[in-house]
Ligand binder design. Structure first.
Ligand code: NAP
Length: 364
């Protein structure tokens, strides 16, 4: 079961929802988009506006990570901020308005060594497509300490938006030192009496504005140079404390707590791509600045391919670029026919696209 399902988030139907039974489809699609985070919806929007009639397959984690974000304050155009789920619904509505078809299904396999590509799903659907845009994003990294798995859903959580409400009047621990740890730690102060942020160094990775807010908050304090080594529970089977270790002198301590929220980064959702597409050492899809993977006609956008920026705004930009590249690829397909799938896609002619700028080549 996916994180989103565990957390009870919904997989809504809608006007543009795909219909039909299982098995192979007759239709040959121009573009199939996999993933329903900011990159996926934007790819769907742009492909739809280019009259490519895209099919977007949401995946189990509908909306991706932004859908479990309480408030998005830095997405341009929304000066007051808005909730992650609200933003996802706006993305979806805009993509559907221009004809993006949505399938609430999970992709189980892609075949990219023959063209047209094949996409198979958990609901036993099979789609053929001339191009693919991969926006499968990333998921939370686990602590991997004793007690974490056992108490997940019983005090251990990766989603303050989903679970914060259950900790009204309780004491909480947040693990991590990045934007997520601080942003969600601040959110948890709405419910908890105290939020203790445990970080493995004495310096935060989070942005200055969040640091300033967290340092100024009277319900938040920090435990520096410390890692959580185990999570323990009480006779009711729920979290009651964590064991910690000082990273400087190795000494062990215990902190009583009612809940542990883990924000220690993300792992790319790359299970579909092993042995099929080039991945980097951290498991991100390798895509060039034009969003091209190593297979012509297969593009990647958002956190599955982005190990640097990981913002809603940058994912949206990458989704847009991927759809524009897919459009060029389809035009090339029509003009010059099928490329050799083993050929470097960057060497393949794409009408209307100038040779890649030298500064972009240098970024590879
Ligand atoms: P992140 O920036 O990668 O931070 C992960 C944090 O967890 C780091 O402080 C890291 O410590 C710590 N960590 C990693 N592995 C650990 C382990 N095994 N045990 C203990 N601590 C561990 O992840 P993130 O906060 O989820 O942010 C991901 C990206 O999303 C970033 O680019 C961030 O800017 C962006 N984001 C932005 C916003 C916003 O703009 N409002 C909100 C959320 C996320 P070290 O610092 O020592 O490496």
């Amino acid at each position: 079961m996916s994180e989103a399902q565990q957390n009870g988030s919904q997989m809504p139907g809608g006007a543009g929802a795909a219909k039909g039974g299982s098995g192979p489809e007759e239709k040959l699609h121009d573009v199939v988009v996999i993933g329903s985070g900011p990159a996926g919806w934007t790819a769907g929007l742009y492909a739809a506006r280019a009259n490519l009639e895209p099919l977007l397959i949401t995946g189990d984690d509908y909306g991706g990570q932004v859908s479990i974000t309480y408030e998005v304050e830095n997405y341009p155009g929304f000066p007051e901020g808005l909730s992650g789920p609200d933003l996802v619904e706006k993305f979806k509505a805009q993509a559907e308005r221009f004809g993006c078809t949505v399938s609430y299904d999970h992709v189980s396999e892609i075949v990219v060594d023959e063209h047209p590509f094949t996409v198979r799903t958990a609901q036993s659907k099979e789609y053929k497509t001339k191009s693919l845009i991969l926006c499968t994003g990333a998921r939370p990294r686990f602590l991997e300490v004793p007690g974490e798995q056992e108490y997940t859903g019983k005090g251990v959580s990766y989603c303050a938006t989903c679970d914060g409400f259950f900790f009204r009047g309780k004491e909480l621990v947040v693990v991590g030192g990045g934007d997520s740890a601080l942003e969600e730690g601040l959110f948890l102060t709405k419910f908890a009496t105290n939020v203790r942020i445990i970080h493995r160094r004495d310096e935060l990775r989070a942005s200055k504005i969040l640091q300033d807010r967290a340092f100024a908050h009277d319900k938040i304090d920090f435990v520096w140079n410390t890692v959580v080594t185990s999570i323990s529970g009480n006779e009711n089977g729920v979290v009651s404390g964590v064991t910690t270790q000082d990273t400087l002198n190795g000494s062990q301590s215990h902190i009583d707590t009612d809940g542990v929220f883990v924000y220690i980064g993300h792992i790319p959702n790359n299970e579909l791509y092993h042995g099929k597409l080039d991945l980097d050492e951290d498991g991100h899809l390798i895509a060039d600045p034009m969003t091209r993977t190593n297979i012509p006609g297969v593009f990647a956008a958002g956190e599955i391919a982005d190990k640097v920026f990981k913002q809603v705004a940058t994912s949206v930009g990458q989704g847009c670029a991927a759809a524009m590249q897919a459009e060029k690829f389809l035009a090339s397909l029509e003009a010059v026919g099928l490329p050799d799938l083993n050929e470097d896609p960057r060497a393949w002619p794409v009408p209307g696209v100038p040779e890649r700028a030298p500064e972009l080549m240098a970024a590879d």
